[in-house]
Write a protein that binds this ligand. Sequence first.
Ligand code: C2E
Ligand code: CA
Ligand code: CA
Ligand code: CA
Length: 278
Amino acid sequence: HGRRKKLMVTAYTDGLDLAYIRTLAISAALPKALARNEFHLVYQPKIAINAGSCTGVEALLRWQSEELGWIGPDEFIPVAEQSGLIHEITAWVCTQAIEQVATWHQQGHKLKVSVNFSANDLLHDTVLTTFEEQLKVHHLDPTYFVLEVTEGAVVENPELTSQRLKSLREKGFGVSIDDYGTGYSSLLQLRDLQATELKIDRSFVMKLEHNVADQTIVRSSIQMAHQLGLHVVAEGVETERAAGLLSDWGCDELQGYFYSKPLEPHYFMQWYLQHQAQ
Ligand code: C2E
Ligand code: CA
Ligand code: CA
Ligand code: CA
């Protein structure tokens, strides 16, 4: 009996060690990733219901580490946030996304791009300064860019965050509240946020056709957002049925595997040209 108890304790601490060692390995490899060019962006189409076509994309970060192999953003972004390296990474993402948009615009495709910002990025001047400098370099208008900020970030520091968002909005940037429905923001906070867009979290959208409670939540979120003058995007649209329900309810843009997974720029352009032609 005593022996068995000891074994369980060992197994438990081993589990902890593994997670800890993984985090340590990621924090050690992460600072080299930028210099070694191990990051790249993929782009997922967003379909505008009115236009019936793709008018914008979300840029999503990918990391192929020399030491650790492929690591998803859900795993390394929190580590980068902890270490403060996130600001450098976000600045890199912005620069890269701006270059990509400049290329598309030169080719005659006036696409918009959404970029993910971490909570503290908004409170960090150099990230926004880099962003605006790069826009000037490429003669691009801020209206082609949407900053996605999670609802959670906003709830943590409402005053300063909404002040920053307001000034971005006044410059013409789009501001999206990402993962809406997971951060428990109040209606008052939403109203004061100065956002232009509400992005309904994929956890409500993915099981939409099977879950009546999710249908109620999504449908009333769309209504409420429209009354507040916000553009509404649903992410995690995986089926035709979900797409149908969302467009019936007046959702403005849809994003998800039903249309396309995130794609490398070359494959995105192939997809885009095929779907624009129809
Ligand atoms: P997010 O901003 O909510 O991004 C949407 C995630 O949903 C992406 O995962 C995307 O690949 C995935 N997705 C898209 N359509 C579907 C679908 O139909 N079904 C399902 N199940 N998933 C779908 P990804 O690329 O692994 O990114 C995960 C998270 O990592 C992002 O969630 C975002 O919070 C963070 N992230 C990604 N890139 C960046 C970045 O450049 N900067 C920052 N700060 N965070 C990033
Ligand atoms: Ca996002
Ligand atoms: Ca999201
Ligand atoms: Ca997320």
